[in-house]
Each structure stands twice: as structure tokens, then as C-alpha cells.
Design a protein around this ligand. Structure first.
Ligand code: GLU
Length: 545
């Protein structure tokens, strides 16, 4: 077979050479040690937590080393493509403060290594496919769907390796140039296959997360170009990561099994392998066992979930950093006021035994993140979320901005800030008592005492209440009423002699909390009262008199 002739028959329109293409993608002029990373999401319309997880690793590695982080849209599978999906990816990443230096943008490209949408790179792939064809490394394969299915069924029945190789490849590998020409002239669809080699050799790759990966060398005649001339993931990955100069390929562990194909292609093209970083699959605890997060069962797999729940971007980042690097939590405790981007992320501290997405843990991280923010920042971020997801609440906190800020200042800023806000959605629920429009009494007052005592307590409170009392004067008054009504001022006195008291100060302060906030679990009563203002306090208390 004359392979140059075959290459012309298969790719008559390709006039560029390998060199032409290589010249279009010169080396990046970066400082020593700078890393070039990317994410390569497929535009399926579904952006998942794994995309962000890999993005954070790539972003950190690139930006910690003064390198480049870029976005490549892997749209080779047009069956899975959904309209508007590229914008969905771009917007989701933007929302989570993932900054790209270059790559696909909404209306085109930003950067010199594009196009950054794979379907627009058809000529580039085909140039290299054509060259590999001249080297005798590929052949057109005309197997039909039916033939492929029959081969697969036979392989399953005979317990053979699945795929095209050996006897299954023979017919198409051995076509003459005239037969190939005739089939193409007759309009028969073909794919371009790489000629796998049957050997006992192993490949060995040093994965930066997993260490040495040793696997049998590829023997399959895998598909490089599909019948529409668009590459498969394998071929596109190799060509793009070479030309775009990725130093590190961060991707999910589901790609490990195709590593032999990628190594084969890099070698055939005479290119250096990037450093592979295969990340662990996202898992969750379900009952007594761990399982993969599922799109169908677990809403938390979708990145949109975190947006909709109002889990702040910082909280999601910090949660993922906690999962990604075993020393992150310790660092955070030692550096409570630093920006998380100051943490030195490292591949060495990654676990490869499955990444656990534990929502309780996320909420815990999130509480800390919000507790560390000052009141103005909380207001701003919360308001931004409300504008998108809870318009009427946004209007409310605009209308009562001072009151809201006052409320947000309670318990903030000290050594041990209050941790009662979990996310923006919950904040709307938790804070609603500050607004008459939403205030409702949720807890049962009668659990604190009998109706008569309750009434007597509030009457006395109304009588003695002076809004200008400072916190200790106010507390002195509460203790006095508590005592006068037969409650113990010290809870332990009540515990010791329960028969002597109606209860303790726990009950009387709970009554105040329920009257003022609707719940017994609420921030400090005096501070809440100061924020609500005298009129509202009197109005809410008088309902119980
Ligand atoms: N398009 C691939 C995916 O969505 C990306 C894998 C890679 O980053 O190489 O899984």
C-alpha cells in the first residue's frame, strides 16, 4: 500500500502540514516551573461539582506558578450537545469565581491557542490524522453498525476482549487502495482507525496524584476520527493538549482506562506526554456504604444546586479545598483571616481513594465562612443571591437595610462569632423575624410555663421595660422579674430543687425569645431588641399581656 496515496484519498482537502500547524502554536513564553492547565467540559447543559473540583485544581496549579489556566469546550460529541450549554459552563465557572486566562468565551475565543471549541479545530486534527496515515499508522474502516454489533455480541459470547483488533480488524485493514477508493466513491461512511499492535509490553505513567500507573500497551484499533471527520475524545485530547501546551492534564479517574490509547498517540506523533493528574470520583455516604454521586439521585452533584441553595462561592471553594488537601483545615484554623487563595495547594496532599461529598461538612464549612465575613459583606452577598432567587426578600432587606445590617452585626467580629447562618436560603428563613411582614410565632410558648404565669411575666416586663437600658441593666431587670415570679435565676438551683421553682431563667428568657423572634433558639434578646426598636418590641410583647 502506498500510504501517501491513501492519505490523499482520505484527506484530499487537507493541504496544511504538521509543521504549519506546529508553527501556529509556538511555545508559551512562561517562567520556569509555570504550569499550564485547563478544564475541558462537554457542553451537555449539566455542569457538575466534578467540573468545579477539577477546575479548582487546575486554577490553583496554574496561578500558584504564574502559569496559564484555560477553558476548552470539548464538543466532539454533538449528540450530547444542548443549546446554550457553552454559556451555562462559562456562567457557572464565573459564578464560582473561577478565572480563566484564556479559552472559550461566550461569543468566541480569548487567547492565541484557539479555537477553543473542538469542532472548530477539524482541520488541525485532520492534518495530524493525514500525517499518521502517511506513516502507515491508520486505515479507514467501513464496518457498519450491524457488523460492529455482531462483532461485539460474538466477543461477549466468547468472553473475548471487546473492540476491533486481530481477526476482527483484518477485513478493513487489508482493503486495497482501489477497494477503498470504490467504497468512498460509493458514499460508504468510514471512520479512521489507529492500528493497534499486539505485544506483551506495558506502559508506565507517573500520575501526579496516584503515582506509577502500569498498564498493558494498547492493542486496539481505536477510532481516531468519526465518520463526520470529527475526532474522538482520545485523539482530540492528545492533539489539543500538545498544541495548547498543557503541562498538566487534570481529569476524572474514569479516563485512566484509556491512558494506553493516549500514550500510544503521543508516541506515534512524537510528542511529550503531559503530567497526568487523575482525580478521584465524587462519592457520598448512603446508609452504611459509599457510592458514586448520581445525577439522577443526588441534586448536590449539579453545580446549580449550590447556587440555588445560596451556598456562597467561598464556602464551596473552601469545602472543596478541604476535600482536596488534607492540610487545608489545619491551615484555616491557623490562619482564620486569610483569603483561601493564600493557601498553598499541592498535588502531593491529594487523596485518591474517592472524594467524599458530605453536605453536613459543607454546611459546617459554610457557617464558618459566613461567620468570618463582616456584616456589610454578608448583606451584599446575601442580597445578590436574593435578587436572583428570592425577589421579595431582596426588597425587604433593601427596605430595612439599616435594621438588617444591625441584625447581621449581632455576635459578629469577636473571637467566637455566631455561626447561625448556613447559607443564603436558610438566612432568609432564620432572619425573617426581623421583619413584621414575615414574623410568625413558631415555637410553643406554653412549653415554657402555664398561661397565667406567662401573662404575668410579660405584664411585669412591659411595666419595667426601658429601651435605653444597657445590656447589664436590662439583664438585671430580667433577673428581678424571674425571681419575683418564682423562677430560679441560676439554672442549677432549679436543677437541685425543682419543687421550689416554676422553672429557671432559661424559661423566662425563652419566653422573651419566642415573643420577640418566634423561636426559643435566637440571638441575644437585648441585642435583638435594640435592632428591632422600641415600637416593635412593645408591640410583640404586648400581644402576650
Ligand atoms: N470532556 C472530558 C469530560 O468532560 C474532559 C476530560 C479532560 O479533561 O480531558 O470528561
Amino acid at each position: 500500500m502506498n500510504y501517501d496515496e491513501l492519505a490523499e484519498v482520505l484527506f484530499p482537502e487537507i493541504t496544511t502540514s504538521r509543521e504549519d500547524i506546529e508553527n501556529m502554536f509556538p511555545d508559551r513564553n512562561l517562567p520556569e516551573g509555570a504550569k499550564v492547565t485547563r478544564i475541558g467540559p462537554s457542553p451537555t447543559g449539566f455542569v457538575h461539582l466534578g467540573n468545579l473540583y477539577n477546575a479548582i485544581i487546575g486554577e490553583r496549579l496554574a496561578h500558584q506558578s504564574n502559569g496559564v489556566f484555560y477553558l476548552r469546550i470539548e464538543d466532539t460529541d454533538n449528540k450530547r450537545e444542548v443549546e446554550g450549554a457553552v454559556d451555562t459552563v462559562i456562567n457557572a465557572m464565573k459564578y464560582f469565581n473561577v478565572e480563566f486566562d484564556e479559552g472559550a468565551v461566550s461569543d468566541g475565543d480569548n487567547g492565541n491557542y484557539g479555537p477553543y471549541r473542538q469542532r472548530q479545530r477539524k482541520n488541525i486534527y485532520q492534518t495530524f490524522a493525514k500525517w499518521l496515515t502517511t506513516q502507515g499508522k491508520t486505515y479507514p474502516c467501513f464496518l457498519t453498525e450491524e457488523e460492529l454489533t455482531a462483532i461485539r455480541e460474538k466477543q461477549i459470547a466468547d468472553k473475548l476482549d471487546i473492540g476491533i483488533y486481530g481477526e476482527f480488524a483484518e477485513k478493513n485493514r487489508n482493503l486495497t487502495i482501489d477497494e477503498i477508493k470504490a467504497k468512498i466513491a460509493a458514499g460508504e461512511p468510514w471512520v479512521l482507525r489507529y492500528k493497534g499492535i499486539k505485544t506483551d509490553e506495558y506502559i508506565s505513567v507517573d500520575d501526579a496524584i496516584r503515582g506509577k500507573l502500569e498498564m498493558p500497551r494498547n492493542f486496539l484499533d481505536f477510532v481516531m476520527l468519526k465518520s463526520d471527520g470529527i475526532p474522538t475524545y482520545h485523539f482530540a485530547h492528545v492533539v489539543d493538549d500538545h498544541l495548547m501546551k498543557s503541562t498538566h492534564v487534570i481529569r476524572g479517574e474514569e479516563w485512566i482506562s484509556s491512558l494506553p490509547i493516549h500514550v500510544e498517540l503521543f508516541n506515534a506523533l512524537g510528542w511529550k506526554l503531559p503530567i497526568y493528574c487523575h482525580t478521584a470520583t465524587l462519592m457520598k455516604i448512603d446508609g452504611n456504604s459509599k457510592r458514586k454521586l448520581s445525577k439522577r439521585k443526588d441534586p448536590e452533584l449539579a453545580l446549580a444546586y449550590y447556587q440555588e441553595e445560596g451556598i456562597s462561592q467561598d464556602a464551596v471553594w473552601e469545602f472543596l479545598l478541604t476535600v482536596l488537601n488534607s492540610n487545608y483545615e489545619e491551615w484555616r484554623i491557623e490562619n482564620p483571616t486569610k483569603d483561601y487563595l493564600e493557601f498553598e495547594y499541592s498535588l502531593d496532599k491529594m487523596s485518591n481513594s474517592g472524594c467524599l461529598v458530605d453536605l453536613d461538612k459543607l454546611h459546617d464549612v459554610s457557617k464558618n465562612v459566613i461567620a468570618r465575613m463582616d456584616a456589610d459583606t454578608v448583606y451584599e452577598k446575601w442580597h445578590e443571591w436574593c435578587v436572583e432567587y428570592n425577589k421579595s426578600f431582596a426588597e425587604l432587606i433593601e427596605k430595612y437595610k439599616d435594621r438588617t445590617l444591625g441584625a447581621l452585626r449581632i455576635g459578629r467580629g469577636g473571637e467566637k462569632p455566631r455561626r447561625d447562618l448556613v447559607n443564603w436560603k436558610q438566612a432568609c428563613e432564620f432572619m425573617k423575624f426581623y421583619y413584621d411582614e414575615l414574623f410568625v410565632v413558631e415555637d410553643d410558648m406554653n412549653e415554657q410555663s402555664d398561661p397565667e404565669t406567662i401573662k404575668a411575666f410579660f405584664n411585669k416586663y412591659m411595666e419595667m421595660y426601658d429601651h435605653s437600658f444597657d445590656q447589664s441593666e436590662w439583664f438585671g431587670m430580667v433577673k428581678q422579674i424571674t425571681e419575683e415570679l418564682g423562677f430560679a435565676v441560676r439554672p442549677k438551683d432549679f436543677k437541685k430543687n425543682p419543687d421550689m421553682y416554676k422553672g429557671s431563667i432559661v424559661q423566662t428568657t425563652n419566653m422573651l425569645r419566642i415573643a420577640l423572634t418566634g423561636r426559643s433558639n435566637a440571638p441575644d434578646v437585648w441585642e435583638v431588641s435594640q435592632v428591632l426598636g422600641e415600637d416593635i418590641v412593645r408591640e410583640r410583647i404586648s400581644k402576650w399581656c
